[in-house]
Ligand binder design. Structure first.
Ligand code: PRP
Ligand code: URA
Length: 211
């Protein structure tokens, strides 16, 4: 983890796949598939310090005490819509995880998040909650989603995204200094409409072909 709890996952496979996702010529199907693949790789980094315990098992050859994840099942919290692209890849890595959905969209004029849905497992206080959304732009959506989960007693959170703007990283880490950020890249800046530059455009539209 780098300074201020921010980790940039510079793995060559992640960077290669991200470049294809950024390319305006990449199809909706390709974009979705790559997001799912990168999600698995980001999940690997975001969970590398999970605690292990051991349990006795019988292999075909012998008995052994084998490592297994300790503690309560973790929670992936997807910020709708685009968070679902990351969520699917993460669930392939951790199929037993619980899932929270935070429905938010950015008001295009104010860039403030508007909540339209929230559903989370009841007992968040003892679980690691990994919040997922491909884009951290102004950070208004991520800050609101994390606050909503904290209001539901989440105490141990991480935020995983694909792309971040430096302005968003700064604002998010100030608002939630206890929540590490894991991202594949931190881009140059936000434009006057709150889009990440060079970025990849509107993640939700590119995933679902809505524009
Ligand atoms: C996108 C993205 C984030 C948000 C990031 O969602 O998936 O949730 O914008 O921007 P911010 O950091 O400035 O808040 P959008 O609001 O476009 O909704 P969508 O996923 O439904 O398309
Ligand atoms: N949301 C997106 O989908 N893309 C951006 O560049 C900024 C916010």
């Amino acid at each position: 983890m780098g300074k201020k709890g921010v980790m940039v996952v510079d793995h060559p496979l992640v960077q290669h796949k991200l470049t294809i996702m950024r390319d305006v010529k990449t199809s909706t199907a390709g974009f979705r598939q790559l997001l799912r693949e990168i999600a698995g790789l980001l999940c690997y980094e975001a969970t590398r310090d999970l605690k292990l315990t051991s349990k006795p098992i019988q292999t075909p050859m012998a008995e052994m005490d084998a490592p297994t994840l300790a503690g309560k099942k973790l929670v992936f919290a997807s910020i709708l819509r685009a968070g679902n692209g990351l969520l699917e890849g993460m669930l392939e890595m951790v199929p037993s995880a619980r899932v929270a959905h935070v429905g938010l969209y950015r008001d295009h004029k104010t860039l403030e998040p508007v909540e339209y849905y929230f559903k989370a497992p009841e007992d968040l206080s003892e679980r690691l909650v990994i919040v997922v959304d491909p884009m951290l732009a102004t950070a208004n959506s991520a800050i609101a989603a994390v606050q909503r989960l904290k209001d539901q007693n989440a105490r141990n959170l991480r935020f995983v995204c694909l792309l971040a703007a430096p302005e968003g990283v700064e604002k998010f880490t100030k608002a939630h200094p206890d929540v590490p950020v894991i991202t594949a890249a931190i881009d140059s800046h936000l434009n006057e409409k709150g889009y990440i530059v060079p970025g990849l455009g509107d993640a939700g539209d590119r995933m679902y072909g809505t524009k």
